[in-house]
Ligand binder design. Structure first.
Ligand code: TYD
Length: 218
């Protein structure tokens, strides 16, 4: 069980394109390390050697269209490998783990935006991961247009991956999906306003982490 007293906290970052997750996961890892807390920074899809191979396949922009269920099963396969090979071994040796995306991305992208029923994804996750879930999930929230504008200044359309090239309506559904996940599970999730400078967002995140996990920092 994730709540076993010897196991360190597992924190996930979620959100749509351009929300700044990658920057914020790094800033939080740096801050925890500065506070003397050992932590592992990882990401999905990927985070372990075999899972990174599945990532390369999933993000290739040149492959033919496929159904959201086929995608969900591949994300789950990568997640099973990531949890077994990277996340659990780190948590079991007392290191905090911070992951740039995890299960909620499947519920938002393949579920809310992609059309796979929530109950189906919940059943698959139960089969694959049992009761394992993050202790804290930070959902970086940004108006869709701002997120897409930020993401598009980073790359040209030919450099964007399969998911980034989808239409505005898809990204709107995604945002609503993440907000619904947070509303359904407020004990685990917190919505972070991702507008403002990286430092401003990092300060909001640190305040939240201290408020929720201070007992684990001692
Ligand atoms: P990545 O380059 O890591 O994007 P980002 O910086 O936005 O996290 O690519 C991951 C893409 O995969 C991203 O568009 C979201 C998508 N994704 C899913 O559709 N389902 C999932 O379960 C996960 C983990 C990611």
């Amino acid at each position: 069980m994730i709540t076993a007293p010897t196991r360190a906290p597992f924190i996930t970052f979620e959100g749509g394109e351009g929300a700044g997750k990658t920057t914020q996961t790094r800033l939080l890892a740096d801050r925890l390390k500065a506070a003397g807390i050992a932590c592992v920074l990882t990401r999905e899809p990927g985070g372990a050697p075999f899972a990174e191979e599945i990532r390369a396949l999933l993000l290739r922009p040149d492959l033919p269209p496929r159904g959201a269920m086929a995608e969900a099963l591949l994300f789950l396969a990568a997640r099973a490998d990531h949890v077994t090979e990277t996340i659990l071994p780190a948590l079991d040796t007392g290191q905090w783990v911070i992951s740039d995306r995890f299960s909620d991305s499947t519920f938002a992208y393949q579920g809310a935006a992609g059309g796979v029923p929530h109950a189906t994804l919940a059943n698959l996750h139960r089969l694959v991961l049992g009761d394992f879930r993050p202790d804290l999930t930070l959902i970086l929230d940004l108006p869709t247009e701002i997120g897409l504008a930020r993401a598009s200044t980073r790359k040209s359309s030919s450099e964007r991956d399969h998911f980034e090239n989808r239409a505005l309506a898809y990204h709107d559904a995604l945002r609503r999906g993440f907000l619904a996940i947070a509303a359904d599970d407020p004990a685990r999730c917190a919505v972070i306003d991702a507008t403002g400078s990286p430092q401003e967002v990092a300060a909001r995140i640190w305040a939240l982490v201290e408020a929720r996990l201070s007992s684990k920092m001692a």
